[in-house]
Design a protein. Structure first.
Lengths: 193, 596
């Protein structure tokens, strides 16, 4: 699966044009990066109404446009945008968590063995979403960047601001915890003996 | 490749190199349960993938453009925003609580979570709130109040503006210390003591702050010292070692410098100092098995290479990383003298890490070398995990924020240190000294210390227990960091008061320490040759998971970030390798992951 547009030499010129204040370049940058950014923020399932997700999108672009001078034109652009969105999502998530009632986030999890075939597709999707929401923000971010946005390992490392081996370690740790949550919900089989 | 390892690889399957992917696919093709696990995970990941096309929202872009191009509003008022000292999130004036001692602002729930003020050195447990804002008094009322105050002051002979006497409990609070790359917090598991027959646990948490505080990563100077003794030809270990070295060299940045020294009877530099990012295959081909294992000569060669660089700058990370598959057979063989070399290196600003490859290593020696050398010990029990171990090494080496971290616990009169979980403490003039070593940015280490106390006079009030001193060096600027905490507890009148003072936020750390302590006991059984007792105790580890539902998650997280396959199999499933040396190495990894 590849969802993210590949950053090429054209994107490098685009960043430089944006930094010089060209409004058409900003529109082009927005057009190219919006799908990945929107998928990421929707995929994080922050529990926000659409207008507040729009606010998060706006905040991301305002920070991006305000810091274009710091963008290294040789580095891929989309992971840079997603790196900013990651911080915005973490801040938003913290704000939402404070505002939410403390007892409202408990998932309903069955300890019974799942019966194959009885979980419908819609229920399975809802349970997968529950498992994702149950993760800590950092682990959730890693899973969303990989499986919802479809970043490669190199792009993931750029977004997380670390080296590729470190990103791989983060992905493995997040994947393990995600598998634990899926197992709690009967979506993956138990550990083999 | 076995069933326990497979889950590690499933998450990164599309990114595996061909040599890693082949055994994974072969295992999945033959093992039905793992195949089903892989299918189920793939299906769940598929459910996360978005459907449909996302079109850019042009109305939203117009809004963003308007906000971006708008002139910044000039305000006549200054807005002051407060940040929570614990979580750094914004706080409002109304909902903020302030530390009663230093007035550091906190969210109420953050203060409750931490249990005390989170400013370094401040252990205040009480908070105060801002007074409600009142409307300003009218002009004539202000004048009348001022006149009345002056008359009253004159009558009582008080000079307005006089300083409060020294030691007044309402004196101005000391300013909070500036953000340091290292935060140290010393806390007792309970703040009220009653029964002197029960020891009390002191938990010292040393946390290296994130890069935003610790500064940009300094360049690294790393000497990779790789065993090429004849035993490395077994099980193709030399090939895996070569791949691990290649991955390590390419993972470094161009600002870093690295050299590779191969050793058997004598060390030999096979890759001279070069910038990171490239792995010269023709030079690494000289890594061919022959001869014995001269670990002391190898460590000395690595240290000499680093010191020969003769750089004047202090803001570099200097590290020797040793990969070996056996115990020393040539050169210095005395473990105590080898460990003394590691300590001397650390004092010269060079960190030593040790990676043990295969079941023939001397695990206790390598653990001690890495601990007193300030670095990492990792046990590579499967050839294909050698690359992974070097990835972890790279992550820790490049992330180092503070180095040479040392903790000194000085018990008060009448108090004794009954043990320090997971760390090797050295005694110094009645104090226990723990070498914590390097800390990567954004990570923390904990030292859990058990204190025995007495109260022969039966006095009430506060009982001093210990003084905790620490020192370290910030790698960003070479600044010396140090500080101290006095630890004291209240003496309670009954057991109920003591029980109610238990600090809930320390519970997870103490459970992890308990797990590490059990693994340490397994290691001690193995050292005495009591293999049966060790296995019995290993199978009992699972009981801890039943007491604590969150423990499995923490073990899972540490499995990937701080230990290896053998360590995690021991922690999670109570499995011990058949070979005693390999079992001791697994135990060392497990203790490191959970106890520190």
């Amino acid at each position: 699966m590849r969802v993210v547009a590949v950053d090429g030499p054209a994107a490098r010129g685009l960043v430089q044009r944006c930094a010089s204040g060209d409004p058409e370049a900003r529109a082009e940058l927005y057009r190219r990066s919006y799908p990945a950014l929107r998928r990421f923020l929707d995929g994080m399932r922050l529990g926000l109404p659409r207008d507040q997700v729009d606010d998060a999108v706006q905040e991301t672009y305002l920070r991006l446009f305000g810091n274009l001078a710091k963008v290294d034109p040789t580095r891929p652009l989309i992971p840079w945008v997603l790196g900013i969105a990651r911080l915005v999502a973490l801040e938003t998530g913290r704000r939402v968590k404070r505002a939410a009632a403390p007892e409202s986030s408990e998932d309903v999890v069955s300890n019974d063995d799942p019966v194959p075939g009885l979980v419908s597709r819609a229920e399975e999707r809802a349970l997968v979403a529950q498992a994702l929401v149950a993760l800590e923000p950092h682990e959730r971010t890693v899973i969303v960047l990989r499986h919802v946005v479809g970043l490669s390992m190199k792009e993931l490392a750029e977004s997380l601001g670390c080296s590729a081996p470190t990103a791989r370690a983060h992905l493995q740790a997040a994947g393990h915890l995600f598998a634990l949550e899926l197992r709690r919900r009967g979506l993956v089989p138990g550990r083999s003996a | 490749m076995n069933c326990a390892q497979i889950e590690t690889y499933l998450e990164t399957d599309p990114f595996l190199a061909e040599e890693e992917a082949v055994p994974v696919r072969a295992h999945l093709a033959t093992c039905v349960p793992c195949g089903e696990l892989a299918d189920a995970l793939a299906r769940a990941h598929g459910e996360l993938r978005p459907t449909g096309v996302v079109e850019p929202d042009l109305a939203l872009f117009t809004r963003i453009e308007r906000a971006h191009t708008a002139e910044p509003a000039v305000s006549e008022t200054i807005t002051v925003r407060l940040a929570c000292t614990f979580c750094h999130g914004q706080v409002s004036r109304v909902t903020t609580v302030y530390c009663a001692a230093c007035l550091a602002p906190h969210h109420a729930d953050c203060f409750a979570t931490h249990g005390t003020c989170s400013v370094i050195g401040c252990r205040e447990t009480r908070t105060v709130h801002a007074a409600s804002r009142r409307a300003p008094a009218s002009s004539w009322r202000r004048h009348a109040t001022l006149v009345a105050a002056m008359v009253l002051a004159g009558t009582m002979g008080i000079v307005l503006g006089a300083r409060r006497p020294e030691g007044d409990s309402v004196s101005q609070p000391a300013p909070a210390p500036a953000a340091s790359p290292l935060a140290v917090c010393a806390e007792l598991e309970r703040t009220v003591l009653f029964d002197a027959s029960q020891p009390v646990h002191l938990v010292v948490t040393l946390a290296a702050r994130e890069r935003e505080v610790t500064g940009a990563r300094p360049p690294a100077r790393i000497a990779l010292v790789v065993d090429r003794s004849s035993s490395m030809s077994a099980e193709d270990k030399i090939t895996y070692a070569r791949r691990a070295v290649e991955a390590f060299l390419t993972g470094l940045g161009p600002q870093d410098q690295v050299t590779v020294i191969a050793f058997s009877n004598d060390p030999e530099t096979i890759v001279p100092w070069q910038p990171g990012g490239t792995a010269p295959a023709h030079l690494l081909a000289r890594l061919q098995p022959q001869g014995g294992t001269n670990i002391s000569g190898a460590i000395d060669a690595g240290a000499r290479a680093l010191e020969a660089l003769d750089e004047q700058r202090t803001d570099v990370l200097r590290r020797v990383v040793v990969l070996t598959d056996g115990a020393p057979t040539v050169g210095e063989l005395d473990p105590e003298k080898l460990v003394a070399r590691a300590r001397a290196l650390q004092q010269r600003g060079i960190t030593l890490s040790c990676h043990g490859f295969g079941k023939d290593i001397n695990a206790p020696l390598m653990v001690s070398l890495a601990e007193l050398g300030g670095g990492t010990f990792l046990y590579v029990d499967q050839g294909e995990l050698a690359v992974r171990a070097f990835e972890v090494e790279l992550m820790r080496a490049l992330g180092t924020a503070v180095t040479g971290t040392q903790l000194r616990i000085e018990p008060a009169p009448g108090v004794t240190v009954d043990g320090i979980v997971s760390w090797t403490a050295t005694a110094d003039d009645g104090a226990s000294v723990v070498h914590v070593g390097d800390l990567p940015a954004g990570t923390e280490r904990k030292v859990v210390c058990r204190l025995r106390w007495t109260n022969p006079d039966g006095r009430a009030g506060e009982l001093p227990l210990a003084r905790v001193r620490w020192s370290a060096v910030a790698v960003s600027d070479g600044a010396a960091l140090f500080g101290a905490h006095a630890v004291a507890a209240a003496l309670g009148a009954d057991a109920a008061a003591s029980e109610s003072s238990v600090q809930p936020h320390l519970r997870a750390k103490l459970v992890d320490a308990r797990l590490a302590l059990q693994v340490k006991q397994i290691d001690e059984h193995l050292a005495r040759g009591e293999v049966g007792l060790a296995r019995e105790q290993a199978t009992e580890l699972k009981a801890l998971f039943e007491d604590d539902g969150e423990l499995e998650g923490r073990v899972g997280r540490n499995a990937f970030l701080r230990t290896n396959n053998a360590g995690i199999l021991l922690l999670r499933d109570g499995e011990l390798p058949d070979d005693v040396d390999a079992a001791r190495a697994a135990a060392a990894c497990a203790v490191d992951a959970m106890g520190r």
